[in-house]
Write a protein of this length. Structure first.
Length: 524
């Protein structure tokens, strides 16, 4: 409008891009809707228009597995009769007690091998779901000819799901600080992960073997691709002087935060520090020392034949996903003439359009995990699909008195620049060489990024019914369905590999949008 006002001369031609020079308006926005003598609508109107639609759209989802689906594990196992090698798709459960060749086992009742562990989070967000958004359109038309500027804002679909055991908020400050609810207070005392004022400090019952707590086993398994030996370390679950006679006494929590025991039994003559389990039962502890009769250390040793492969079971996992679309389009519209039809009432109009469009589809997938041998970890992955290109459209309108029915199809020849980003932090509680932790692993922060280029066609169908309340205002109800090809999504692109995760190229996929529109239109 500023450019037109400052122009040196304005030519009086019809269908100027911003409106004809001889256009006048009576400012009667709320005047009755115009009907001719045959009770038909007057379609020879010119002017500016603005349309707003509230969108209630559904995005297509897919089944996403959290964890590596291609992990193959192998273990050598003595079943009491022979030594066999087992392999399978997954990871074998941790073996607490070994069966040694010198043990006499009934051949008819061999010791069963450990079972295979699989990823149990096999259907997590993003699922199909509805979200609210906005669509704005402004333009000008003169007997069906003109231009249109459309802006899409959203919808933004946010989904989340919690898995595992949630910690209790013991002092009502909004911060979980107490034991998970499945642990009875009778099995805790004042030394167990508690802040001042925590109800678990009461110690109001019998305790589980003094300071011994077999906590930290977790409930949510997630399998990761790892370098050879990455998950092996020295284990300290048992009392090495008692074994199965006492059973498992501590768990993965021991020594990290020191929620478990710190000393062994009072034999030999001094208190032993925690000793790594003698997994091969050859009489040599995984790590430890030997003292003489006076308690003097005479040998410190490490038995690498006692290395143990750990499982990763998080206490809790929180999954969040965000999917959002937005964009802008600029179209020039031309109405096809129907003057050659020998009909009195021609209440159908057909228009064709051409222009350009930019469509952005943002998809984010984040996982926050607590517990296990890794401790607090998170990985946040996103894909931003930026689709741009020429667009063509065809529109059909049928006018009957105050009612108008329209169908609009669009096709975008889209060039997709898809940016992938990932950042995270793995293993807050990893301590290299600590008991009940991998031998070499340590906390690792990472940030990755790359770009994929795709041809992403976009096909869209809009069907709307409108009712003209006044001359310059109408109420609208419609449906929008869109197909987007070769787009990239965040959740399936995660490579579950320790210590630094990574990218999986799953190729482009189809994306569907369906939903309803409720809006208003103003004509000036």
């Amino acid at each position: 409008m500023v450019v037109v006002a400052l122009a040196g001369a304005a030519r009086a031609q019809e269908n100027l891009p911003f409106g004809p020079s001889n256009y006048e308006h009576d400012f009667q926005q709320f005047a009755p809707f115009d009907l001719d003598l045959d009770n038909m609508a007057d379609d020879q109107w010119s002017g500016y228009f603005f349309e707003y639609n509230k969108l209630f759209w559904s995005y297509s989802g897919e089944r996403v597995v959290v964890g590596n689906e291609e992990l193959e594990d192998e273990i050598t196992w003595f079943d009491g009769v022979q030594t066999v090698t087992l392999s399978g798709d997954g990871q074998f459960a941790e073996v607490i007690y070994q069966v040694n060749p010198q043990d006499e086992v009934d051949p008819d009742k061999p010791v069963p091998p450990p079972h295979l562990i699989h990823n149990t989070l096999r259907d997590v967000p993003p699922d199909a779901g509805f979200a609210l958004g906005n669509r704005y359109e402004v333009g000008y038309q003169d007997q069906g000819h003109g231009w249109l500027l459309g802006i899409l804002d959203g919808p933004e679909l946010n989904q989340s799901q919690f898995y595992g055991f949630a910690l209790q908020d013991t002092n009502d400050d909004g911060v979980p600080d107490g034991l998970p609810p499945f642990i009875d207070t009778d099995y805790t005392n004042a030394t167990d992960i508690a802040n001042d004022g925590n109800v678990f400090q009461q110690g109001n019952g019998p305790t589980a073997g003094g300071d011994l707590r077999a906590f930290g086993w977790g409930s949510v398994p997630i399998l990761f691709e790892t370098p050879p030996g990455y998950l092996t370390g020295f284990r300290d679950y048992l009392n090495v002087l008692a074994g199965a006679a006492i059973g498992t006494q501590v768990g993965p929590m021991a020594y990290v935060g020191n929620y478990g025991a710190s000393t062994e039994d009072d034999e030999p003559p001094i208190d032993f520090f925690r000793l790594a389990d003698d997994i091969d039962e050859d009489g040599i502890f995984g790590t430890g020392f030997i003292v003489d009769a006076d308690g003097n250390i005479i040998l410190i040793f490490t038995d690498f034949e006692d290395l143990h492969e750990f499982n990763i079971f998080f206490d809790s996992v929180f999954v969040r996903s965000t999917t959002e679309t937005d964009g802008v389009e600029l179209m020039w519209t031309h109405q096809l003439t129907n003057n050659h039809y020998q009909a009195k009432h021609q209440n159908n109009r057909l228009s064709i359009s051409g222009g350009a469009r930019f469509l952005r589809l943002y998809d984010q997938f984040r996982v926050d995990a607590e517990g296990s041998i890794l401790g607090r970890s998170f990985w946040d992955t996103s894909f931003t699909n930026q689709i741009v290109g020429p667009q063509v459209a065809m529109s059909w309108v049928n006018q009957r008195q105050r009612w108008r029915l329209s169908a609009d199809t669009r096709f975008l020849f889209g060039y997709n620049v898809a940016d992938w980003d990932q950042l995270g932090l793995m293993g807050e509680e990893l301590i290299p060489g600590a008991l009940n932790r991998p031998l070499y692993a340590r906390p690792t922060a990472f940030s990755h990024g790359l770009r994929e280029l795709e041809f992403s066609p976009v096909a869209e169908l809009r069907v709307q019914a409108s009712y003209h309340v006044w001359k310059g205002a109408a109420l609208k109800l419609g449906y929008t369905g869109s197909y987007i090809g070769n787009i990239r999504r965040a959740a399936p692109s995660v490579r579950y590999a320790l210590p630094e995760m990574g990218y999986v190229d799953t190729g482009g996929e189809d994306f569907l949008i369906n939903g309803f529109d409720l809006g208003v239109e103003f004509v000036y």
